[in-house]
Design a protein around this ligand. Structure first.
Ligand code: NZQ
Ligand code: ZN
Length: 392
């Protein structure tokens, strides 16, 4: 097991009606003027925004609102949010929504406490030194942003989607009422389930040995999500299933399922470029590239891929031919993705990649040929292009 740091400062308040405690929790964090930041309308339609604002009013906490965080949230709105916060003297940001609203809120939080261009943090030119505190009312089980130190922003100038990881942005609290997720379209629910699985798998695939507890935790997250996703296909208002998936989402990305492991993260990097260029839904994009990535790299760690096949996917171990076990495991994972109506190729995402676009994706993903990605196997720009080609 590798040495590690595990830091999860987020207070989780989980259960029915918990959104009505937003004001109390902001007060606990000493917020005196709040920016309520949200997406493109779902929180208005559901009445959630009104309940959250009423809860702030009840505590006598003044607030301003900014909606419009789209999936793959944009830098231009972040700039608007920073300006608004500075003008209004905001000292706490409350994100109400999914990963996009939360990530946009985190970026605004960095920008308010910085005099330069917030994009520098995403372009890896500078590291954030300070941030406003952020709280979350979560409406989608997927990104784990409610407990993570990550945020991912898309710069419209060049359509670059880039992440910034920094503990300053870990939310102070996350309000999680599973009932808030009942209104999700099936596609978003299932994309979320894939994202949760992928946060777990990205940590699973690297070469460290002897991480027994971490492996069991990871397997638990994977099996729970795979089981409950199927339940939600036919019974989307199943409270228990929604609860399990909601909590799995947080645990999948707060670091717990990766303690002692270096992780891989290649699929996320490959997907982020697809998201930046084609605005695809993050989880669906991950499902579309995972199988091709797995087939490209599995020879670098047959034992680890076989463990996934046997322990998680129920594939019998083939002692005579372990690679067969691996390939059956990859097929089983893709069959699962199909069974929850997720794509297993980029064309199934509705994107028909040209050869030039593949080269552009690989160029951008390699940060203009300046980096490699991956843990189980390091991938350079040519490898990336080959995986996009296989996944096309
Ligand atoms: O914009 P609104 O109207 O709210 O609609 C959203 C959006 O259309 C809708 N939605 C959310 N909750 C709903 C709902 N509709 C009905 N009922 C509800 N309860 O769902 C759509 C998707 O929302 P979004 O927030 O974009 O989804 P998600 O949570 O999957 O976030 C995706 C973004 O997070 C990034 C992704 O790359 C992507 O940009 N990620 C962030 C991470 C992090 N910060 O730790 C890690 C992830 O790996 C990921 O990269
Ligand atoms: Zn993700």
């Amino acid at each position: 097991m590798q040495g590690f740091e595990y830091y999860t400062p987020t207070k989780v308040v989980f259960g029915k009606d918990t959104e009505n405690r937003a004001g109390e929790l902001v007060k606990e964090q000493k917020g005196t003027k709040v920016l309520v930041h949200y997406g493109t309308g779902s929180v208005k339609r559901s009445g959630l925004l009104d309940r959250v604002l009423a809860s702030l009013d009840k505590e006598g906490i003044p607030h301003v609102e900014l909606g419009g965080a789209v999936p793959n949230p944009r830098l231009s709105l972040v700039y608007q949010g920073i300006e608004l916060c500075k003008k209004e003297g905001v000292d706490f940001i409350l994100a109400v929504g999914g990963g996009s609203a939360i990530d946009s809120a985190k970026a605004i939080a960095y920008g308010v406490r910085d005099d330069g261009d917030v994009w520098d943090f995403y372009a890896k030119i500078r590291v954030p030194q300070d941030a406003l505190p952020v709280g979350v009312v979560l409406t989608l089980a997927a990104t784990g942003s409610e407990m993570s130190n990550s945020s991912v922003i898309t710069n419209e100038d060049g359509w670059l989607k880039r992440g910034c990881n920094c503990d300053l942005s870990r939310p102070r609290f996350a309000i999680m009422n599973p009932e808030l997720t009942y209104t999700l379209p099936e596609y978003q629910t299932m994309s979320g389930c894939v994202d949760i699985m992928m946060h777990t798998l990205e940590r699973w695939f690297s070469h460290e040995k002897d991480t027994e507890l971490t492996d069991y935790l990871a397997e638990g997250v994977l099996k729970t999500v795979m089981h409950q996703a199927k339940v939600l296909l036919t019974d989307p208002e199943n409270y228990e299933a929604r609860s399990e998936v909601f909590w799995a989402g947080s645990l999948s990305h707060n670091g717990l399922t990766g303690c002692g492991r270096a992780g891989d993260w290649a699929c996320h990097q490959l997907e982020h470029e697809l998201g930046g260029m084609f605005d695809v839904t993050h989880g669906a994009g991950l499902a579309a590239v995972w199988g091709s990535w797995a087939r490209y790299v599995y020879k670098s760690d047959v034992a680890r891929f076989a463990k996934l096949a046997v322990d998680v996917l129920g594939v019998p171990y083939d002692y005579a031919d372990p690679e067969r076990t691996v390939l059956e495991g990859i097929e089983a994972m893709e069959a699962f993705f199909r069974s929850i109506h997720m794509p297993v190729s980029i064309s199934e995402l509705g994107v028909e990649l040209t050869d030039d676009q593949i080269e552009e994706l690989a160029y951008k993903c390699s940060h203009m040929d300046k980096r490699t990605i991956g843990g189980v196997q390091q991938l350079d720009r040519n490898d990336m292009a080959e995986i996009y080609r296989m996944a096309r």
